[in-house]
Design a protein around this ligand. Structure first.
Ligand SMILES: *Cc1c(COP(=O)(O)O)cnc(C)c1O
Length: 433
């Protein structure tokens, strides 16, 4: 770590104290508070390429990437230029713009399952709207989701499994009445038999099944080919809509998203993160038939004062144009693999059990002997060991997500030298894990 502050006061700690007096937990999104790993969250002052600098002036190689959007690295010149240009034309109009049309054209071209798209400001909004659209289009109430998948913090999705297949979920957050989640059925990821059974019991009432096509909110769990195929088949058989939540995986694991990697065609796709390039922008899209249920064409209401914001769309468009350059995903995938392969070798040397996964610019690792297939298995990870590793890396200038349920992200700005420096830090950190 390039330390500018060996003996000066800790500005991160000072800021955290000020923040805690004014903002619940000192943060505007809970995981940022370091509650799982302990210690003081770093207050970020600036970022460039693969690096972020905190309030003490300490530099970190960044594998959080704002939780996924920064696929080009921070402050990519083409993106910054596009944003500057947009800024000069005005911040928000609350009226349609040409750039929204261009972005819609780009999305429809890149994601063949999408014929029409609606822009929102967050993945939460897009996921919530996709659920409403599925219910409106099918005129059915029930939703199937999987334990360990996150689709934003809409009431109906903050649910954990009930006590059996006949019972629906229970809320995982205070403030969500039981009635609000009574139609949400929570199943185990990768459990084909349970999925079959759930559709056998509830099929005619299921509006949609929502899934993370690679579950990045339980670190990194891939669906088995049989499982994801069965999701598609059962939805088709029972007239339910398959909603693939690609907020994390979209334009991250491949240009066509995880649906192109898995070769599965959803009815509705939810996008976010990379699509906004770091600005508040998300989207949901589907066939023309399904999307025509949305207001003002149809009876499913959905709206947003800042939806399709002109600065956000400029940022998203510039980002989408960069990732289409030839060789982009090959290089990104290779760099990401060199990181996880290196981590695995370093762990082996240190005698630490570690399994890793990656696809495109997204990666995961578990302090386990075997890759987990579902949330229960993910939960067998040793939290204390993870925390030691996390702080061991952070102290050496490498920033990964401060919780073991989170995926990691490599950007196009990460160089081979950055990966080498990361692996040096990892070799040292593994010694105390
Ligand atoms: C991040 C995320 C969301 C929520 O997006 P926000 O922009 O944070 O509201 C939804 N689904 C998945 C899969 C995500 O990773």
């Amino acid at each position: 770590m390039i330390s500018a502050s060996a003996s000066s006061p800790d500005r991160n700690a000072d800021l955290f104290q000020r923040a805690q007096a004014l903002i619940p937990g000192g943060v505007n999104s809970p995981v940022r508070a370091f509650k799982a790993v302990g210690g003081t969250p770093r207050f970020i002052e600036r970022a460039q390429g693969a690096y972020v600098w905190d309030a003490n002036g300490d530099r970190y190689i960044d594998y959080v990437g704002s939780w996924g959007p920064m696929i080009l690295g921070h402050n990519h010149p083409a993106v910054i230029e596009a944003v500057h240009k947009a800024l000069e034309q005005g911040l928000s109009f609350g009226a349609p713009t040409e750039r929204e049309v261009e972005l819609a054209e780009e999305i429809v071209r890149l994601v063949p399952s999408i014929e029409m798209v609606r822009l929102t400001s967050s993945g939460t909004e897009a996921g919530m709207s996709a659920i409403r659209l599925a219910r409106g289009a099918t005129q059915r109430p029930r939703i199937v989701k999987f334990e360990g998948c996150y689709h934003g913090h809409a009431d109906a999705l903050l649910v954990k499994a009930g006590s059996g297949l006949a019972t629906f979920g229970t809320a995982t957050s205070a403030g969500v009445p039981a009635e609000v989640v009574q139609h949400t059925l929570v199943l185990e990821y990768n459990n084909v038999a349970q999925l079959d059974e759930a559709f056998a019991i509830h099929g005619p009432e299921i509006a949609g099944l929502i899934i993370e096509p690679i579950a990045g909110n339980m670190n990194f769990v891939r669906p088995t080919p049989a499982f994801i195929q069965r999701c598609r088949e059962l939805c088709t058989q029972h007239g339910a809509l398959l909603i693939i939540d690609e907020v994390m995986t979209g334009f991250r694991v491949a240009l066509g998203g995880a649906q192109s990697v898995l070769k599965v065609k959803p009815d509705i796709t939810v996008l976010g993160k990379v699509i906004g390039g770091g600005m508040p922008l998300a989207a949901f899209g589907a066939s023309r038939d399904i999307m025509q249920h949305l207001a003002p064409l149809g009876p499913v209401y959905q709206a947003g004062t800042l939806s399709g914001n002109p600065v956000a769309t400029a940022c998203g468009l510039a980002t989408l144009r960069e990732i289409q350059k030839p060789g982009f995903y090959e290089a990104l995938g290779q760099r990401t693999r060199s990181l996880v392969d290196g981590l695995q070798a370093a762990a082996r040397e240190a005698g630490v059990p570690l399994v890793t996964e990656s696809e495109g610019g997204m990666f995961g690792f578990f302090l386990l002997d075997q890759l987990p297939r579902n949330y229960t298995q993910v939960m067998k990870s040793d939290g204390a060991r993870f925390n030691t590793l996390f702080h061991g890396l952070l102290d050496r200038g490498v920033s990964i997500a401060p919780a073991l349920y989170e995926a990691g992200f490599v950007s196009a700005a990460h160089t081979a030298a950055d990966i080498d420096a990361t692996l040096d830090a990892a070799r040292a950190a593994f010694k105390s894990v």
